[in-house]
Design a protein around this ligand. Structure first.
Ligand SMILES: [Zn+2]
Length: 286
C-alpha cells in the first residue's frame, strides 16, 4: 500500500535497524510515538523504495488502525539516516535505566505491536514450506502462500520471568553476561516445545540458579518483540537456599534486600514492574 493512498493514518511508525525513527533533538524521556503522516511520507520519499512498504494492521485497543513500515537497511544510499532524524533503539528505550512509560501503557503497546509486525512482515516474505512468495491474507492478519496456501501468523514465543522471594524478605536478582553494565534482573527464559509456562519457570530457576521454588503463581505479561517474545511474569517463593549461578548465562545471582538493590532494568520492562509491585507490598511481619 502506498503511503499516499492510506486512509488518513493518525501516524506512521517507521522502523529502521531495530530502532524507531523519531525527529532529532527531542529532549526528555523518549517518545515512542508514530510520526505524523506528512513527516513520515517526507522521510519515506527521501529514503526511496520503501513507500510501498507502509502496512496497515488492526489495533487491539479499539483505537485507529496501526500504520508502520520497516525502512530497508540500504535505503537512502547508505547506512545513516538523513539529517534531522534519529533512530531510537526500541529495546534499549524500554530496558535501559532511563525513565519511561509503564509496561502496560497503551501507546507503548501500540508501538510494540507495530514493531513486532514490521519485523515479522520483513521475515515472512516467502513460504516456509515451499519457498513461494507470500501475500497478505484477506480474511485474517496473516500471510498466505501464493502457491500452496499455507498460512503464516505472526510468531509469538512465550517466555517466563519470575520474581522469587525468600523468608528474609529478599528477592533473587541475577546478572546475565549479556546485560549492559551492572544491571541485575529477574530469572527469565523461553518456554520449550511441549512445556507449560509453569514448568518452564521451575526449569529456568533450577538451571540458572540451582534453586527449587514453591507457590508459583502467574502475575502479569508484557509483549517483548525482541524478536518475538511474550513475557509471562510469575512470582514464587524459595524459603531458603543460596543461588548457584550457572556460569553460562548468569555470572552472578544473589538475594537482595529492599534497601540494597543493585541497578535495575528500565521502568518500561516487566522485570521492573514485578520488582516495583514487590517493593510496594507490605513487608512480612517478622
Ligand atoms: Zn507454500
Amino acid at each position: 500500500m502506498n503511503a499516499a493512498s492510506l486512509p488518513s493514518p493518525s501516524g506512521i511508525y517507521l522502523f529502521w535497524n531495530g530502532a524507531l525513527v523519531v525527529p532529532a533533538g527531542s529532549s526528555g524521556p523518549p517518545a515512542l510515538l508514530p510520526l505524523p503522516a506528512e513527516r513520515a511520507a517526507e522521510l519515506l520519499a527521501r529514503w526511496g523504495g520503501a513507500s510501498d512498504d507502509v502496512f496497515e494492521a488492526p489495533s487491539l485497543d479499539q483505537g485507529p488502525p496501526i500504520h508502520a513500515a520497516l525502512l530497508s537497511a540500504e535505503g537512502a544510499g547508505g547506512a545513516l539516516l538523513p539529517p534531522g532524524w534519529e533512530a531510537l533503539p526500541v529495546r534499549g528505550a524500554l530496558a535501559s535505566g532511563c525513565p519511561g512509560p509503564a509496561p502496560d501503557d497503551a501507546d507503548t503497546l501500540r508501538m510494540l505491536r507495530a514493531f513486532h509486525l514490521a519485523v515479522w512482515r520483513g521475515e515472512s516474505r516467502f513460504c516456509g514450506a515451499c519457498g513461494a512468495p507470500n501475500k497478505d491474507s484477506l480474511s485474517e492478519y496473516a500471510r498466505v502462500c501464493t502457491a500452496c496456501g499455507r498460512l503464516e501468523f505472526p510468531r509469538i514465543s512465550p517466555a517466563v520471568i519470575i520474581l522469587i522471594t525468600n523468608e528474609r524478605d529478599q528477592i533473587l536478582l541475577a546478572h546475565n553476561k549479556s546485560f549492559a553494565g551492572g544491571i541485575y534482573s529477574l530469572i527469565a527464559g523461553f518456554c520449550e516445545a511441549g512445556e507449560t509456562a509453569e514448568s518452564a519457570a521451575r526449569r529456568e530457576i533450577r538451571e540458572e540458579a540451582g534453586l527449587e521454588v514453591e507457590e508459583l503463581r502467574y502475575v502479569r505479561s508484557q509483549p517483548w518483540p525482541f524478536p518475538n517474545s511474550l513475557m509471562l511474569g510469575f512470582r514464587a517463593k524459595c524459603p531458603r537456599g543460596e543461588p548457584r549461578p550457572d556460569g553460562v548465562e548468569l555470572d552472578d545471582a544473589r538475594w537482595f534486600s529492599r534497601d540494597a538493590l543493585p541497578s535495575l532494568p528500565g521502568a518500561s520492562s516487566i522485570a521492573r514492574a514485578l520488582i516495583g509491585e514487590w517493593l510496594a507490598s507490605p513487608q512480612p511481619q517478622k
